[in-house]
Design a protein around this ligand. Structure first.
Ligand code: 5GP
Length: 196
């Protein structure tokens, strides 16, 4: 059976990073031109690259999708995702809305989940608490967050990240339910028919 492509988006500060790292699925590591934060590791959090390297990958069709976000480029390396899907795995992309909608256009069977913090005040608090961006960038990210939430209706599911355990269980439930949809279970149905 083919795997599943699950895309998780949500405003910066919605806690997406923590949620996806704790899920027991294959996590795609993006390439970005953004500067590495002190707590981040190359090859774990991102593949950090120069703008020239990014453009080279994009021009050589090595990226499944790509987008600019607050002045930096981000993209999903194609090969890892395709290999994992072929092996029947669930692959999670933690990406912003433009990239997510690009993928949905190309692969309508991709499952789009939008993750939000309980309130916009909570979002501002989480961003400020994170302390990894200067105040101008925090403001840019808040503005961007307000734009992104307007696209929630283009997503398949909305998960509110109030408590980590609850949000994770809801995402696992979505994946289970998606696998039970007839178009994904077709191979199992065909096998059953042949066995009778
Ligand atoms: P951050 O700089 O906080 O790590 O990420 C900024 C935004 O870029 C987040 O919304 C994150 O989900 C998104 N992002 C990370 N990797 C990718 C990617 O490969 N493609 C796209 N389109 N967005 C990404």
């Amino acid at each position: 059976m083919k795997g599943m492509l699950v895309i998780i988006s949500g405003p910066s500060g919605s806690g997406k990073g923590t949620v996806v790292k704790n899920l027991n699925y294959s996590l795609s590591i993006s390439v970005t031109t953004r500067k590495k934060r002190p707590t981040e590791q190359h090859g774990v959090d991102y593949f950090f690259c120069t703008e020239e390297e990014f453009v080279y990958m994009r021009e050589n069709n090595e990226l499944l999708e790509h987008a600019a976000y607050v002045g930096q480029y981000y993209g999903t390396p194609r090969k890892y995702v395709e290999d994992q899907i072929d092996q029947g795995k669930v692959v999670v992309l933690e990406i912003e809305v433009n990239g997510a909608l690009q993928v949905k256009e190309k692969f309508p069977e991709a499952v789009l989940i939008f993750l939000v913090p309980p309130t916009i005040h909570e979002l501002a608090r989480r961003l400020a608490f994170r302390n990894t961006e200067d105040s101008l960038e925090v403001e840019d990210r808040m503005q961007r967050a307000l734009l992104e939430v307007q696209l929630i209706d283009r997503y398949d599911y909305l998960v509110i990240n109030d408590e980590l355990d609850v949000a994770m269980t809801e995402i696992e439930t979505i994946v289970t339910a998606e696998f039970l949809k007839p178009h994904r279970s077709k191979m199992r149905i065909e096998r059953f028919t042949l066995e009778r």
